[in-house]
Design a protein. Structure first.
Length: 98
């Protein structure tokens, strides 16, 4: 199959199209369509905000472990942000009530 034909099948029917699954192993017909399919998978994961958040969280953990423990403060900010009780405690300490 040509590159244009396999690209059209990939875009309309997806990677699980019957044209790609003739044998037991998936065959895209050419390497360009296979790379396009894998690039869309990678783009899908990195476009997800939750995935990016966990990658950043993991990166901060590694940098804190290898470089300086001060990077763990980002984890504390996240804990404070998640719990209303801690948020109100921080607010009561930081705001001046006169």
């Amino acid at each position: 199959m040509s590159i244009e034909h396999t690209h059209l099948i990939l875009m309309t029917h997806g990677p699980n199209a019957t044209e790609f699954n003739i044998t037991e192993k998936r065959n895209f017909g050419n390497i360009f369509t296979m790379l396009e399919c894998y690039m869309f998978n990678v783009w899908f994961f990195f476009s997800d905000k939750t995935f990016r958040y966990y990658v950043f969280y993991f990166w901060v953990s590694i940098v804190g472990y290898l470089n300086a423990p001060v990077f763990y403060a980002f984890h504390l900010f996240d804990v404070v942000y998640r719990f209303d009780t801690l948020r109100s405690a921080i607010k009561s300490v930081t705001e001046n009530i006169a």
